[in-house]
Ligand binder design. Structure first.
Ligand SMILES: Cc1ncc(C[n+]2csc(CCOP(=O)(O)OP(=O)(O)O)c2C)c(N)n1
Ligand SMILES: [Mg+2]
Length: 906
């Protein structure tokens, strides 16, 4: 590849010819100037491309529309009717926000985002977005979160929502499932919204991985996704987010020509300009082109075409190229005179070009993003791009607050304005030419919505268009097109049988389970193992050969380890999504797979296994989004525990993700100690999420810690009801040893079971204490059940109080309770309040991690055997069952330094 002058490193085989070309160029620059030289060079490059002379693409093109007027296709719609429909929708969208803020001051909502993007959506609704009414999943459209009022306004015009619905925008309480959520939230409006987008950046990255997951389904012959395009609408300010741009190279690498990003470049974000001193469209063009995307710029409306056609000297183009966005924003709010003087004024040739145009005409030279013909051309080009292997981004220049009037358009404050005076409302009406449907006498506190008669031409047109495109959207459905059978018991039976003397970790056990499930005749192909670049850490590289790594283009090379049994095997039909080092991307894949039951009617079972430290902490917002989106699947938090993961230190050792997990409703968080616990939880999870049932039960996902410490996995005791107890969060693991006389109770989770078991033996031998052992698999589950009971009791004072399950279970135990885990103390403390008749001593790993051996770390964080013994005795001291000397004896026996620094502070 020859680039940027590096040609000097190659031999020149004909210096005379080279000289001639260079001299010609010099002559053009000298006599006709740089603009002409640039023009000629561009023509040469065009010709080279046409002659298949490969040449690296430039990263940016001039500041004009990518599609020239002469290449615009015929517009098949009825311009007039579409303009009317757009005006009605613009009106209703604005009025619903105005009315909402009249009814409830401060309730919020946004006027200007949709105002700038109405045409971007309407072109899609009338001509491109495919619905689901033909029984296929249609297109997957990610609407920009702040444009939600416009989407509701269209649904209203189509008759899907009523006036009362619009009046409950942002007032959802008391109307279960019938309020209109502030933004797209499937959790709140499960029959309407599909994709949450409002946390900036999450929409784009999710859309991108969704397009990729569709290809995965296609290549693996699980579902024909060829009829579905993924459209993602985003703001130009939103492209500041690393999630928005951070994954775009994946889209070209994976040849996702089923993906279209539409960026609403209104040049503004919340506080002010996106790039006041630069040009966001040019910057984005360079970024996307550099990443291999097909970039379509829609900058200027049709009226500019005539001017550009006159631009013989390139002065207009030069002005377009050199005017910065901050100045363009200014032109959006100034009058025609200002534009004449400042944009066209400085150059006589430019001024002459617009001499025939009035100030008003100058002022209304529109931007491309408000020109439906230009937009139609761009969208059509994007859809015809299928087969090129290139994803498309359409960069549309718009005015923020367009048609809302002078107080809104292009103003820095426009994003936040939610109210309109009567004059502003009437001005908007006039601007939209709605005088015939909105009277002067309107009540500004309660401006009317425009509703269409069913026999009006606009209604007929709009509905006919949607019918031709397979029905109204957005619409979320959960009809299983390809149902899933639950797995057989085989893989779980293996978990229950224990490791027969072998020392293994729960991670290794889980890998066996995963392999078993992937081989299962019922659900095997539906299992989606997802791993960021960490399979070897988890011992999952064993699956590479067997399940293969998904690679859309197969494996074009012989892997370096081809002669090994566990070689790095990629294939088009590969099952594993080896995502590389991107936890955000892996989460986006998890969401795409875990929502396929709805987006495609094809339930898939993702197991995303990752470094637990880089889960909730790193991509917590995506996990929150997953919960919003009703994702189903398993998040497997490997290398869990602040002390179990030795050596790696502060930035790796996770002792708090379970605390973070406790903040997300619908997350089923577990901290299992043994393989059979992992098996029981996964098996129950399968049944719960994929076995049918009401959405409040099925629409959850699991968070399960996995450890890398090896020990023997005991077989599952055949106690009746044990599997259910594991799922509920707590069960008795071992009775107290016979002999000693002072009862006590120890709860353990995960790898802390070793210290707990050793402590039982020590307590019996040295302190006459008979401690029983309980495995606490989920404090979150116990707490949530207890909170529900507590709430019920408060609300039903005269009825028999419910006893929280954790209290019922622990009523069978005796003595003070010591709870130990490799996580922070606040994890077991979640249940402490509900057993407050008992002394409760939590032990945990509060503080930042550090590198050392497990023994040293557990001593440091005070969760080793000696500390468990000490904690039990301390509880007994509080209960008056032993005296201080006994506790002091333990401090001495286990060589505990009472003056050691508190690990939380160290
Ligand atoms: C992660 C995140 N940070 C901040 C916000 C708050 N916020 C809402 S809208 C907005 C500005 C959006 O600007 P842009 O993307 O250009 O959208 P538009 O101009 O079309 O409204 C910001 C910062 C958010 N929603 N999400
Ligand atoms: Mg913007």
């Amino acid at each position: 590849m020859i680039f940027d002058g590096h040609v000097h490193q190659l031999p020149d085989i004909d210096p005379t010819e080279t000289r001639e070309w260079l001299d010609s160029l010099d002559a053009v620059v000298d006599t006709e100037g740089k603009t002409r030289a640039r023009y000629l060079l561009s023509r040469l490059m065009e010709r080279a491309t046409a002659s298949q002379v490969s040449f690296p693409a430039t990263v940016s093109t001039p500041y004009v529309n990518t599609i020239p007027r002469e290449q615009e296709p015929w517009f098949p719609g009825d311009e007039h009717i579409e303009r009317r429909i757009r005006a009605y929708i613009r009106w209703n969208a604005a009025m619903m926000v105005v009315r909402a803020n009249k009814a409830a001051d401060g309730i919020g909502g946004h006027l200007s985002t949709f105002a700038s993007s109405a045409s971007l959506y309407e072109i899609g609704f009338n001509h491109f977005f495919r619905g689901k009414d033909d029984g296929t999943p249609g297109d997957h459209v990610y609407y920009q979160g702040h444009a939600a009022p416009g989407i509701y306004a269209r649904a209203f015009l189509e008759g899907r929502l009523g006036e009362d619905d619009l009046d409950h925008f942002r007032r959802e309480i008391g109307r279960p499932g019938r309020g209109l959520s502030s933004y797209p939230h499937p959790r709140l409006m499960p029959d309407f919204w599909e994709f949450p987008t409002v946390s900036m950046g999450l929409g784009p990255i999710s859309a991108l991985y969704h397009a990729r997951f569709n290809r995965y389904l296609q290549n693996r012959h699980i579902d024909d996704t060829s009829g579905s395009r993924v459209w993602a609408f985003l703001g130009d300010g939103e492209t500041d987010e690393p999630e928005t741009l951070g994954a775009i190279s994946l889209a070209s690498r994976e040849q996702l020509d089923n993906l279209v990003f539409v960026v609403n470049c209104n040049l503004q974000r919340l506080d002010g300009p996106v790039r006041g001193n630069g040009k966001v469209i040019q910057e984005l063009e360079a970024t996307f082109r550099g990443a291999g995307w097909n970039v379509i710029k829609v900058i200027w409306g049709s009226k500019w075409d005539d001017l550009l056609a006159q631009d013989k000297d390139g002065v207009l183009l030069n002005q377009m190229n050199t005017t910065v966005d901050g100045e363009f924003q200014r032109y959006a709010i100034e009058n025609g005179g200002y534009i004449r003087d400042n944009f066209f004024g400085p150059d006589e040739r430019l001024r002459k070009m617009v001499a025939d145009l009035s100030d008003d005409e100058l002022r209304s030279l529109p931007r491309g993003g408000h020109d439906y013909r230009k937009l139609y051309a761009a969208y059509k080009a994007a859809t015809e791009n299928l087969g090129s292997g290139r994803p498309t981004v359409i960069l549309c220049k718009t005015v923020k607050g367009w048609t809302l009037g002078p107080g809104f358009e292009g103003r820095n404050s426009t994003h936040q304005i939610k109210k309109m005076t009567k004059d502003q409302i009437l001005a908007m009406r006039d601007r939209l030419h709605l005088e015939d449907v909105v009277p002067d006498s309107l009540d500004a506190d309660h401006p009317p919505y425009i509703r269409l008669a069913k026999d009006s031409v606009e209604f007929q047109y709009m509905m006919e268009r949607r019918k031709a495109l397979d029905g109204s959207i957005p619409k979320r459905t959960t009809v299983a097109r390809r149902p899933l059978d639950l797995p057989g018991d085989g893989p779980f039976a293996e978990m229950r049988s224990g490791s027969n003397g072998q020392e293994v970790s729960t991670t290794m056990a889980f890998t066996r389970l995963l392999r078993g499930l992937a081989r299962d005749e019922h659900i095997g192909p539906r299992v989606v193992p997802i791993i960021p670049d960490e399979a070897r850490t988890f011992g999952m590289d064993a699956l590479f050969r067997e399940l293969n790594i998904y690679a859309s283009q197969g494996q074009k090379y012989e892997p370096v380890d081809h002669d090994l049994l566990l070689s790095y095997s990629e294939s088009t039909k590969g099952q594993i999504l080896e995502e590389g080092i991107t936890e955000a991307g892996s989460m986006a894949s998890f969401i795409a797979a875990g929502t396929a039951y709805s987006t495609r009617g094809v339930p898939m079972v993702p197991f995303y296994t990752f470094y637990s430290m880089f889960g909730f902490q790193r991509v917590g917002d995506l996990i929150w989004q997953a919960a919003d989106m009703r994702t189903r699947g398993f998040l497997m938090a490997a290398t869990a525990g602040r002390t179990t993961l030795l050596g790696e230190g502060l930035q790796h050792q996770d002792g708090h993700s379970l605390v973070l997990a406790s903040t997300v409703p619908f997350v089923q968080a577990y901290d299992p100690a043994f393989a059979y616990e992992v098996g029981a939880i996964v098996q129950a999870g399968m049944v719960r999420m994929y076995g049918g049932g009401p959405p409040e039960l099925t629409d959850v996902f699991y968070y399960i810690t996995l450890y890398n410490e090896n020990y023997e996995m005991p077989p599952m005791p055949d106690t009746p009801g044990l599997a259910e107890a594991i799922v509920e969060g707590l069960y008795k693991f071992a009775d107290a040893p016979a002999g000693p006389s002072i009862p006590a109770t120890i709860l353990f989770s995960g790898t802390a079971h070793t210290a707990a078991r050793e402590a039982v033996a020590e307590l019996a031998e040295h302190y006459d204490v008979a401690a029983e052992l309980w495995s606490a698999t989920s404090y979150k589950a116990l707490r949530e059940e207890a909170l529900a009971a507590e709430r019920w009791n408060r609300l039903h004072p005269s009825q028999e109080p419910r006893v929280p399950r954790v209290a019922q279970i622990l009523a069978d135990s005796q003595g003070p309770i010591t709870a130990v885990s490799d996580f922070m103390k606040i994890v077991p403390e979640q249940v402490q309040r509900f057993v407050d008749d008992r002394t409760f001593v939590p032990l945990g790993t509060d503080g930042m991690g550090r590198s050392d051996t497990r023994e040293a770390l557990r001593r440091h964080f005070e969760i080793d055997t000696g500390h468990v013994v000490l904690a039990v005795l301390d509880g007994l001291l509080a209960d008056g069952k032993v005296d201080e000397s006994v506790v002091e004896d333990a401090i001495a026996r286990y060589d505990i330094d009472p003056e050691a620094i508190d690990p939380y502070l160290a």
